[in-house]
Design a protein. Structure first.
Length: 270
């Protein structure tokens, strides 16, 4: 049966429109100032280590952030759209498996609203006090990028779990591995989140480190700055994606885990 000229014109128009539609989808405005979280922080503290959220999906939600790998195999960081993992051995590498699943992570598209150069040497306490002076809204959400030189950095990473039931994270503090760096150069990726986000996320300061050579990293335990640049991106909204599996569905979220969270953040047994 012959095809009518009208049908051919319609088909041609649809074919021509497909690339334009795809381009329009790709050119959607980036949603800055929004925090996306996969998983629940207090769930991670309580042993929800099985990954559920894929890396490739995470990259559609942000280009900057931090989290935990599947089975708690070290520490995770996202910088400039690339995801890096630091294992308990210290081995650090880019995660190129886009199907790799994560149990907890928080990301945003980073755009600095404030940039400050700090050539002074500050220990961790003084450094956090200085950051507080730059972010006076105690109930605000902030993504923070620190780049430059550090006199001293101490990080940690947890070994992977392999047997269920998984232990609580605070009960694994004696298994964490520490790494120390002097005259280090690299990036800190982190957040300062308000108290009302505790348990869903982690309130206060939370930073992960990536060396300039991209071959070392981990969760920040201690530091002394040398010559750094601070970039701050304020956030004004957030969403949370939760898993749908038996472990999550039957997890007891009524238990207060704030002390556990503080101990894990400090890397110190309470």
């Amino acid at each position: 049966m012959a095809t009518s000229p009208a049908f051919i014109r319609l088909l041609t128009a649809l074919i021509l429109l497909c690339p334009a539609f795809a381009k329009a989808q790709l050119s959607q405005p980036v949603k800055y100032h929004h925090l996306f979280t996969a998983g629940i922080a207090s769930g991670l503290m309580g042993g929800l280590y099985d990954g559920f959220y894929p890396v490739d999906s995470l990259k559609t939600k942000g280009d900057f952030g931090l989290g935990a790998p599947d089975k708690l195999d070290g520490e995770l960081l996202m910088l400039n759209g690339k995801v890096y993992q630091t294992q308990y051995t210290g081995k650090t590498f880019e995660v190129k498996d886009h199907h790799h699943l994560l149990p907890f992570c928080m990301v945003n598209f980073f755009r600095a609203a404030k940039v400050i150069h700090v050539p002074d040497s500050l220990n961790k306490t003084a450094f956090y006090h200085y950051l507080d002076s730059l972010m006076p809204n105690m109930n605000g959400m902030y993504a923070i990028h620190i780049k430059g030189k550090f006199r001293y950095i101490k990080t940690r990473a947890f070994p992977p779990v392999d047997k269920q039931p998984y232990p609580q994270l605070a009960g694994m503090l004696n298994l964490q591995h520490f790494f120390e760096f002097s005259n280090a150069n690299g990036d800190l990726v982190g957040y300062r989140l308000p108290a009302y986000m505790d348990n869903t996320n982690i309130s206060g300061y939370h930073f992960h480190y990536l060396s300039g050579q991209k071959d070392a990293g981990g969760h920040i335990v201690d530091l002394v700055t040398s010559d750094i640049t601070i970039e701050i991106s304020p956030l004004n909204s957030y969403t949370v994606a939760v898993p749908d599996n038996p472990a999550f569905n039957h997890f007891d979220f009524k238990k207060d885990r704030q002390e556990d969270i503080k101990s894990v953040e400090r890397g110190a047994i309470k």
